[in-house]
Each structure stands twice: as structure tokens, then as C-alpha cells.
Design a protein around this ligand. Structure first.
Ligand SMILES: [Zn+2]
Ligand SMILES: [Zn+2]
Length: 180
């Protein structure tokens, strides 16, 4: 039976063997719809849902690749996203203190939902957004542009680069001349 990932009901998971449901999908990135983000290929998800009382625990992996722009040289580059998820979806409106289940675990994100279902696609979308770096570099040692002449220092070098790297060179020669 194929579950609709936009409407995963806690009761549906409970009907399954050991109250667990595995979701292995290749999701078309168009269905995720994140503006200003270009996906390369699909979004592969390998997730396990486990229903415990009023909570759905979600664990597994989300793998995809996106195209980002380097903050230093403005070149586009491919950025693989390999996200490990561990979320607890807790059904809202139920007194949590009554349950005998332990929810406090620091590496687990607690999220709340209302009604009977969770929208797993929305969660996948949020996980992807959370894992996009604010400051992205095509490579760690990207040289970017020369602030003086604007040349891309990854492909070319310029003369102003030397001056920038050694701002005390002129000062040293001035001191030496004074000492003479
Ligand atoms: Zn770069
Ligand atoms: Zn320069």
C-alpha cells in the first residue's frame, strides 16, 4: 500500500506491523517548489515513520543536489545535500504529561501537528531549506574577485593583489629610508 506523503495519518501507521512505515521515494523536485533554488535531479528520501502513542517519530535520510551561487566569485556550483532527519511530530491538544513516553532527547526536533495527518512533503521542504548554507563557497579557498581591479583571482592574478597582501611593505621601506 502506497501512503500519500502529504497526508500521513498516525492511525494508518499504527495499523502496520510494529507501528512502523517505511517511505522510500524518488520525489520530483518540482513538487517541492522552492523559489530561487535550482535542484539537480530528484529528491531521494529514505524515511522511517514510527507511531508511538500520540507521536510520529520520523528518522532517515533526504538526499538531493542543488545549484548554489558562490558568495565570493559568483560562480554557480553543485552542492549535494545529505540530510539526516530525526523529528518527533506530536499531536496537539493532548496533555503530554499523561503519556508514559519519553520525548526529551536533545538530538530530536519536536514538532506539533493538529488533526489526524502530517504533511511529510512540507517537512521535507523545510529540512531542505534549513540545510542550505547562508554563506556558500564553491570551494573553501575560493579567491573571489580582486577588490581593486575586479579580476577573478581564481583564473588570473593581478598586480594589485600583491599590494593588498602586504600592506606594510611600503611602510617598511619608508622606515628604512628614515633610518639612513
Ligand atoms: Zn567561488
Ligand atoms: Zn587586482
Amino acid at each position: 500500500m502506497n501512503m500519500n506523503i502529504r497526508e500521513i495519518s498516525i492511525e494508518e501507521i499504527k495499523k502496520k506491523a510494529s507501528s512502523k512505515a517505511k517511505i522510500v521515494r524518488n520525489i520530483d523536485s518540482k513538487t517541492i517548489e522552492i523559489r530561487s533554488l535550482r535542484f539537480i535531479g530528484n529528491i531521494k528520501v529514505d524515511l522511517l515513520l514510527e507511531a508511538i502513542e500520540n507521536t510520529i517519530n520520523l528518522t532517515g535520510k533526504i538526499n538531493t543536489e542543488v545549484e548554489l551561487e558562490c558568495n565570493r566569485c559568483l560562480r554557480n556550483f553543485n552542492y549535494p545535500l545529505n540530510i539526516s532527519v530525526n523529528n518527533n511530530f506530536i499531536k496537539k491538544g493532548i496533555d503530554k504529561t499523561e503519556g508514559c513516553f519519553e520525548l526529551k532527547k536533545e538530538d530530536v526536533d519536536n514538532l506539533y501537528f493538529q488533526g489526524e495527518c502530517i504533511d511529510l512533503l512540507r517537512n521535507i521542504r523545510e529540512e531542505i531549506l534549513l540545510n542550505i548554507p547562508n554563506y556558500s563557497l564553491c570551494k573553501e579557498d575560493c579567491l573571489g574577485f580582486c577588490p581593486k581591479c575586479g579580476i577573478d583571482l581564481n583564473c588570473m592574478s593581478c598586480n594589485c593583489k600583491n599590494n593588498k597582501e602586504n600592506p606594510f611593505a611600503i611602510l617598511n621601506t619608508l622606515i628604512k629610508e628614515k633610518e639612513k
